[in-house]
Design a protein around this ligand. Structure first.
Ligand code: E4P
Length: 218
């Protein structure tokens, strides 16, 4: 299972990378805005800075919503670095663009996916990744994890190459359930990844080991 960090904050990306378990980064326009990144050149430079930290898989989202503009913007993003994955929304022109990017050898992440039907379309269009949003479905009293399970099953049935990238992962149990189901990737905030570290028996056990060692060694 791959771990991506869902942020545009360079310090958080560095911290996750230093832990040695990071496989990529996802961003979106809201996360870029949160870091105060504005203007085409600043956006490009910021994506380049992210690419310089991690080994691969940096999702950069297009703002355009029409086919020609999505293609123009996506090609520009892909030129920034080989690590870039162009993130395209699940809309009609987005599906067309997924197919076109795929034939040009540009990797894609189809975002804002909330149903199995949308995930089938993304896979048929040749998306490299599909991003179903767990937390946002949970927010509207719908079982986000059930959608991950459904998509994993459908992709297995037909041997689709598209990887299931569980997005909008809000806590450590989401991440663990995604791993049980067999999602290929989960993207989440740093706190969810570091949250996996914690167990009170680890803390108390280590305290006891160190205290016992000190008793005989001074
Ligand atoms: C990732 O690609 C998504 O943009 C992100 O996971 C959305 O998460 P949120 O619902 O917590 O904003």
């Amino acid at each position: 299972m791959k771990f991506f960090i869902d942020t545009a904050n360079l310090n958080e990306i560095r911290e996750a990378y230093d832990l040695g378990v990071l496989d990529g980064v996802t961003t979106n326009p809201s996360l870029m805005a949160k870091e105060g990144i504005r203007g085409e050149e600043n956006v490009r430079n910021h994506y380049k800075a992210i690419c310089d930290i991690v080994d691969n898989n940096v999702s950069a989202e297009v703002i355009a919503t029409t086919f020609d503009e999505i293609m123009r913007e996506g090609r520009e993003l892909a030129k920034i670095d080989d690590k870039i994955v162009v993130k395209v929304p699940m809309i009609r022109d987005g599906v067309k663009a997924l197919k076109a990017f795929s034939s040009e050898g540009i990797r894609t992440n189809c975002t804002l996916v909330f149903s199995a039907g949308q995930a089938i379309l993304a896979a048929k269009a040749g998306a490299s990744y599909v991003s179903p949003f767990i937390g946002r479905l949970d927010d509207v009293s719908t079982d986000g994890m059930a959608l991950i399970e459904q998509i994993v099953q459908i992709y297995q049935n037909y041997g689709f190459a598209t990887e299931v990238l569980a997005a909008s992962v809000r806590h450590s149990m989401h991440l663990i359930q995604c791993a049980e189901i067999g999602a290929d990737v989960a993207t989440c905030p740093l706190s969810v990844i570091t949250g996996l570290l914690n167990h009170p028996l680890t803390t108390s056990g280590l305290e006891k080991f160190l205290a016992d060692h000190k008793k005989v060694n001074g």
